[in-house]
Design a protein around this ligand. Structure first.
Ligand code: ADP
Ligand code: ASP
Ligand code: MG
Length: 420
C-alpha cells in the first residue's frame, strides 16, 4: 500500500463528464488500497475568464480580492470531484486551502507556500477517505485567500506530497509525458522515459509549461518523486500509473538507467518575452546599473541582456528582454528614468520569441551552441540575442520563425521520432 498524490490539470477537469472520468481513475487507486490525496485545477479556461472579470471590474484591482475571485475556479472542481467520487460509493471530501491549512507568505497572486498542516487530512486518509484539494490556493498570514501564480496547482501537488511524505506525486495532464519538445508543435517529438530534475527545471523555466517551474524546484529540494502521465485513457485500460509516463529522476538515477542519452534532452520556446532597446546610452561605469535598478526595484525580471559595441562618442545601445506582461510598466519606469540614464530613444518590440535547447550532456560536450547557430542560419533565421547556462543555450529570434526554429533544431540535434 502506498500514499500517493494525484494532480489533474484544467483539461482533465473541463466539465462534469471529464470529472467523472477523473473520479474513476482516482477510485481505482483507492480501491487498490492506496491512501490518496487529489489536487485539482480549475476547468480549462476558467482562470482566464475569472481574471478578465477582475480586469473588467477595475484595471487597478486589489490583488487580495483578485485572489478571492480566481481561487474560486479550483473550489468548484474540488467540490465536483468529491461529489462524483461519493456518487461512485467512495468516501471523499474536499479540503480548501484555509481548511487544511496551506499557509502562504509573500504577495497576493504570487504567494509562496510556507508550510502545510496536513495532520487532520492524513488521519482521514488513513481511515480510507479520499482527500480532494483545490490547487493554486492557500491562506495568507492575515487569514485571507492567496493564490500561487499561474500553473500553481503543480506546486500545490508537490507541496502536499512533501508534507504528507507521499511515495509519489502523479501529475495527470493532457499529454502522456514530457516530450523532447511541445508535441503540439512538432509531430515528431519523442516521449522521454526519464528526465532529470535539473533538466526539467531548465525546460520549464524557458517555456515548457507541462510543469510549473516552481513545482520542479520544490520537488528537487524535497525529494518528491514526480511522474507525468495522461488522464485521457480508454475505459477498461489498466490503472494509469502502470502506463508509461515520464519519471523525473536525479542525475545519479539517470546514469544507471539511460546509457544512450542524446546530447540535448529537450527544446522549448517562449513567446512571453518582449525586447527593449535603449539607444545612445552613455558608455561609462554606472550606466547599466541606472537602467536595471528601477526595473529590479519594481520586481521586473530582466532576462537576456546585450550591450552593443560602443559608438564613437562614448555611447552604446543596450538591448534586453522583460516579460511581455511587464512591458507597459517597464516603459513607464524607463521613461521616468530617462534623465538619470541619459539614453536617446527607447524602442519596444513584442515580435520576439526565445528558443532554448537543454541537456545535461552539454556539461561535457562542446559544439552545442555552434550547431544551434549554424542550423538557424541555414534556414535564414536571424539571432537577436544569446544567453547560456551550464546545461542550456537560448536565443532570441523573430516570433514568426518560432515553429520553424523549433522544428529545425529538433532535427539538427537528432531528436526526431523516426517512427512517426
Ligand atoms: P494542465 O492543464 O494539465 O496543467 P498544461 O496545459 O499546463 O496542462 O500543460 C500541458 C501542455 O504542456 C501540453 O498540452 C503541451 O502542449 C505543453 N508542453 C509544452 N512543452 C511540452 C513538453 N516538452 N512535453 C510535453 N508537453 C509540453
Ligand atoms: N487554474 C490555475 C491556472 O490556470 C492554476 C493551475 O491550473 O495550475 O493558472
Ligand atoms: Mg499546467
Amino acid at each position: 500500500m502506498a500514499r500517493i498524490v494525484m494532480k489533474f490539470g484544467g483539461t482533465s477537469m473541463a466539465g462534469t463528464e471529464r470529472i467523472r472520468r477523473v473520479a474513476k481513475i482516482v477510485k481505482q487507486q483507492a480501491d487498490a488500497g492506496h491512501e490518496v490525496a487529489v489536487v485539482v485545477s480549475a476547468m480549462a479556461g476558467e482562470t482566464d475568464r475569472l481574471i478578465n472579470f477582475c480586469r473588467e471590474a477595475s484595471s487597478l484591482y486589489d490583488p487580495a480580492e483578485y485572489d478571492v475571485v480566481v481561487a474560486s475556479g479550483e473550489q468548484v472542481t474540488s467540490g465536483l470531484l468529491a461529489i462524483s467520487l461519493q456518487s461512485m460509493g467512495a468516501d471523499a471530501r474536499s479540503w480548501l486551502g484555509w481548511q487544511m491549512p496551506i499557509n502562504t507568505i509573500e504577495a497576493h497572486a504570487r504567494a509562496r507556500i510556507q508550510d502545510i498542516d496536513a495532520m487532520p487530512m492524513v488521519q482521514a486518509m488513513q481511515q480510507g477517505q479520499i482527500a480532494v484539494i483545490p490547487g493554486f490556493q492557500g491562506v495568507s498570514m492575515e487569514g485571507r485567500v492567496a493564490t500561487l501564480g499561474r500553473g500553481g496547482s503543480d506546486t500545490s501537488a508537490v507541496a502536499v506530497a512533501a508534507a504528507i511524505k507521499a511515495d509519489r506525486c502523479d501529475i495527470y495532464t493532457d499529454v502522456d509525458g514530457v516530450y523532447t519538445t511541445d508535441p503540439r508543435i512538432v509531430a515528431k517529438a519523442r516521449k522521454l522515459k526519464n528526465i532529470t530534475y535539473e533538466e526539467m527545471l531548465e525546460l520549464a523555466s524557458v517555456g515548457a509549461k507541462v510543469l510549473q517551474t516552481r513545482s520542479v524546484g520544490l520537488a528537487m529540494k524535497t525529494g518528491v518523486r514526480i511522474q507525468v502521465l495522461s488522464s485521457f485513457i480508454e475505459d477498461g485500460a489498466p490503472p494509469a500509473d502502470t502506463l508509461p509516463g515520464t519519471m523525473i529522476v536525479s542525475d545519479e538515477e539517470l546514469e544507471g538507467m539511460d546509457m544512450e542519452r542524446q546530447l540535448i534532452t529537450g527544446i522549448a520556446h517562449d513567446k512571453n518575452e518582449a525586447k527593449i532597446t535603449l539607444t545612445r546610452v552613455p558608455d561609462k561605469p554606472g550606466a547599466v546599473a541606472n537602467i536595471f535598478s528601477p526595473l529590479a526595484d519594481a520586481g521586473i525580471n530582466v532576462d537576456m541582456i546585450i550591450q552593443n559595441v560602443g559608438r564613437e562618442k562614448g555611447e552604446t545601445d543596450v538591448t534586453f528582454t522583460v516579460p511581455k506582461a511587464d512591458l507597459p510598466r517597464s516603459m513607464d519606469l524607463l521613461d521616468q528614468a530617462q534623465e538619470s540614464i541619459g539614453y536617446n530613444r527607447v524602442i519596444p518590440d513584442t515580435n520576439v520569441a526565445k528558443i532554448s535547447v537543454v541537456g545535461v550532456g552539454m556539461k561535457s560536450h562542446a559544439g552545442v551552441a555552434s550547431t544551434m547557430f549554424s542550423s538557424l542560419a541555414d534556414r535564414g533565421v536571424n539571432i537577436i540575442a544569446i544567453t547560456t547556462s551550464e546545461i542550456k543555450v537560448s536565443v532570441l529570434i523573430e516570433e514568426d520563425y518560432t515553429e520553424l526554429a523549433v522544428r529545425v533544431l529538433h532535427t539538427a540535434y537528432g531528436l526526431d521520432d523516426t517512427v512517426c
